[in-house]
Design a protein around this ligand. Structure first.
Ligand SMILES: *Cc1c(COP(=O)(O)O)cnc(C)c1O
Length: 380
């Protein structure tokens, strides 16, 4: 590997990660729901006003818990975008749900809410908005549809930490929400996630499902004198060692977010002229949304442009990536999919390009990345 290679992602250590891990290890309480897990829960509940937070081993696990909590049964339908990570769908497919994919907006991968109502049937149990790049879906419209048809809203807020919709924190709007602390996200713990419970009716059962279907959490709090098998469940809680790492990151959340937004702004400034010449588009952010500096994407004019630009940059040791192949066309789901063409979703699958983006990206790195892009289009 060349020394000056600019990788797509690089995990950031904010300082106290190994110190807190050592504290956790020395405390000899390293299973789940120890001191650091409690600190992480309290952090989110206080900072964002979430009713109840439960760390999980991944966002995938948090989504699986959500599917159990809303009692997804075989044949239930769940509406979500097709342009998303597999876990959004898999969590519900595991419980027998049929996924009803809705197209993305023409200018953003987020779901096109104007197309949701036509997809609702008596079997629809939930809508799962994915806040792509940490940018909010049109939650007023989604919540109002959900209310009218009596269906649940589960936010896939994997990328949406510290981002807002009309002033409300993402992950705090649907009945349930799932966050990710995978090493490619803004705040990390290697693998890790969190279920947010905004609707109190789910709070008690969520604890049970997360603890192998037992009421061990109540037992630890001294509310019952022994614990037993109460419900279905699994082992969804992380070791306190993971929570120790995460808490070190959370203590630096504001600083990390500030830095990521600076990087985002620099990309914007350096590339806006080339964008204005029509070579690509940005994902624009409107006044109801905020930018949480999760990613910087270019929407290219064609898949050929994207492939050529990736090749050009890779030759110079810069590693942009593309992602999300339409789930409705995936090897696993294409035979099961009964809906129509999802033109915008397919367009993003073909043309979206993510630039290297991480906390320690230097001004020189950004200069190199953006100059290469400008050079590519000048030579074209
Ligand atoms: C990262 C991501 C997930 C999965 O998160 P894990 O913590 O790796 O399980 C799910 N949905 C979206 C939209 C993601 O970006």
């Amino acid at each position: 590997m060349a020394l000056n290679k600019i990788t797509f992602n690089k995990p950031y250590l904010s300082g106290n990660e190994t110190k807190y891990i050592e504290e956790s290890v020395r405390s000899m309480k390293i299973s789940g729901d120890g001191m650091f897990t409690k600190k992480c829960h309290a952090f989110f509940e206080v900072k964002y006003g979430f009713h109840k937070c439960l760390l999980t081993t991944s966002c995938t696990d948090a989504l699986e818990m959500a599917a159990i909590l809303i009692d997804i049964q075989a044949g239930d339908e769940v509406i979500m975008p097709s342009y998303t990570f597999v876990s959004t769908a898999n969590a519900f497919v595991l419980r027998g749900a049929k996924i009803v994919f809705v197209d993305s907006l023409p200018d953003h991968p987020n779901m096109d809410v104007s197309k949701i109502e036509a997809l609702i049937t008596p079997k629809t149990k939930a809508i799962v908005p994915v806040h792509y790049g940490g940018v909010a879906c049109d939650m007023d419209e989604i919540m109002s549809l959900a209310k009218t048809y009596n269906i649940f809203v589960i936010e896939d807020a994997a990328q949406a930490i510290d981002s807002f919709y009309k002033g409300k924190p993402l992950g705090g709007i649907g009945q349930l929400a799932a966050f990710s602390f995978h090493e490619t996200k803004n705040i990390i713990s290697g693998e890790g996630g969190m279920l947010v419970i905004n609707d109190v009716q789910f709070a008690e059962r969520a604890e049970i499902i997360r603890e192998k279907g037992t009421n061990r959490s109540q037992f630890y709090r001294g509310e019952v004198d022994k614990y037993g098998w109460m419900d279905i469940g699994s082992s969804f809680l992380p070791s306190d060692i993971i929570a120790a790492f995460l808490f070190a990151q959370l203590e630096n959340l504001d600083r990390i977010q500030e830095k990521r937004k600076q990087i985002w702004n620099l990309f914007y400034l350096k590339l806006v002229d080339t964008k204005n010449r029509g070579h690509f588009k940005f994902l624009e952010i409107n006044e109801t949304q905020t930018n949480n500096g999760h990613l910087f994407a270019l929407i290219m004019n064609s898949i050929d442009d994207r492939t050529a630009l990736i090749d050009f940059m890779r030759k110079e040791d810069v590693m942009p990536v593309f992602h999300y192949l339409s789930l409705h066309k995936s090897p696993y789901y294409q035979d099961k999919y009964e809906g129509g063409e999802l033109e915008n979703c397919d367009k993003f699958a073909d043309t979206l390009l993510r630039l290297p983006f991480y906390h320690d990206l230097s001004i020189e790195d950004i200069e190199k990345i953006t100059s290469l892009i400008i050079q590519f289009f000048d030579e074209k």
